[in-house]
Design a protein around this ligand. Structure first.
Ligand code: GLN
Length: 255
């Protein structure tokens, strides 16, 4: 059990969902809480052990086979669903996003059951894979008085995700493929569960999203500002690059 005041952050199955560097999200959340004086316990929750209880769960991207094993592991025990019912925050990226939805395809395209935290179904898309830089404008999320800054990240997925009635898109796309439907959207949010296709890790590129997830998990209205000049330099570079590639895509599309 986490101590009475330590925030417990769990990186879920890094041995299965660890190919895209999304484990960095757990580290970023831990550091941003610690820098503000909050005690944190960062747990790497391996797939051959019982999933620990935690305040904040991070699921990353992965390949098709390990993704199926991860979903089976999470469906075999009620821990994640119960934790969410008790207010835990979840950040799920790409394969993780598909897993926390209702269903997703395996490598053969066979429908596999997801954990069902998000009202979303993923189906196998026609080639090519969705690969490249993404820019997206966040929708208004709970606990924010104004929309978060533009999200940046990169996507690499074959699955196409269709959102149901029970979720809100995380963002409106400016560049990239994101969800299949509603068209022009990226990711999904329901309560404190956030799914996204953005790698990066997404919280390295978007510290405002990291702070929102932390504020939810810590049950505070806001967090003290940090010196984010390195993070801002990274954002500037990535935003600039993505906007340039957006203009290039538009030009090539016209020629
Ligand atoms: N296997 C999934 C897909 O291709 C997820 C890929 C990923 O996590 N990057 O859609």
């Amino acid at each position: 059990m986490s101590g009475p005041s330590a925030l417990r952050v769990a990186v879920v199955y890094p041995d299965l969902l660890g190919t895209y560097g999304d484990g960095g999200n757990g580290l970023i959340l831990s550091r941003r809480a610690q820098w503000r004086g909050y005690p944190v316990e960062l747990v790497q929750a391996l797939s051959d052990e019982a999933l620990p209880t935690a305040d904040l769960y991070c699921l990353g991207g992965g390949e098709d086979g390990p993704q199926v094993r991860a979903a089976e592991g999470l469906l075999a025990e009620p821990t994640l669903t119960r934790a969410v019912e008790h207010g835990a925050v979840v950040l799920a990226v790409c394969a993780g996003y598909q897993i926390v939805g209702r269903s997703f395809p395996d490598a053969d395209g066979t429908r596999r059951e997801g954990v069902g935290l998000l009202d979303a179904d993923t189906v196998k898309g026609a080639p090519p894979r969705a690969v490249g830089e993404v820019l997206a404008e966040p929708t208004r999320l709970p606990g924010t008085s104004e929309p978060l800054p533009t999200l940046t990240g990169f996507e690499n997925h074959a699955g196409r995700t269709r959102l149901g009635e029970g979720v809100t898109p995380l963002a409106r796309l400016v560049l990239g493929r994101g969800n299949e439907s509603p068209a022009g959207t990226e990711g999904a949010v329901a309560g404190r569960v956030v799914g996204t296709y953005l790698h990066g890790p997404v919280l390295a590129r978007n510290p405002a999203l990291a702070d929102l997830l932390l504020a939810w998990a810590l049950a505070v209205d806001g967090l003290a500002p940090l010196d984010d000049h390195w993070e801002e330099a990274l954002r500037y570079e990535r935003l600039h690059m993505a906007r340039r590639s957006r203009r290039l895509v538009a030009r090539l599309g016209r020629s």
